[in-house]
Design a protein around this ligand. Sequence first.
Ligand SMILES: [Zn+2]
Length: 169
Amino acid sequence: MKMGLCSFCLKSGMLCPKCLAKVKSGEISELDLKIARLLMSLEEKYPSLQNLYFHKAIDADGTLAIVVGPGDVPRLLGYGGKIVRAIGDETGKNIRVLEYGVDDRKFLEDLFAPISIMTINTIWLPDGSMETRVILRRRRVTHPSLDVKALKEIASRVRKITLRVEFAD
Ligand SMILES: [Zn+2]
């Protein structure tokens, strides 16, 4: 696994001055460190993680979003979902895997998966601010793990998108 820390710090668990500065400035959070070490510990069992680029982790209520490099989502979702389950068990959170650098539509599709998105549009409010309205297909079965409030918070923190979520009838 790779990330914004040098490989020495990642492996040793200590922080050189350069990496320490990134942690102190908040560029890398304590949560990022925790999730990075968890991913490292899973590498031996799941070798696809060796080439994974980990950007950051965001915790919103019971949902943990893991942002990975372009094209890296399958590396984390592979093995029949065993890696994601292992992370979920270890952290006690519902895990969402998101890709860095994608457009808004792809970001939102990953955020709400497996529920499919029917429509995305932009709403301008009278005060000049903007909201992104997402209309999801009515869920046939309920997804207890899909916490809309948490997903809105993740969208806001990862992409600075203010979401309005609706379900189609
Ligand atoms: Zn370092």
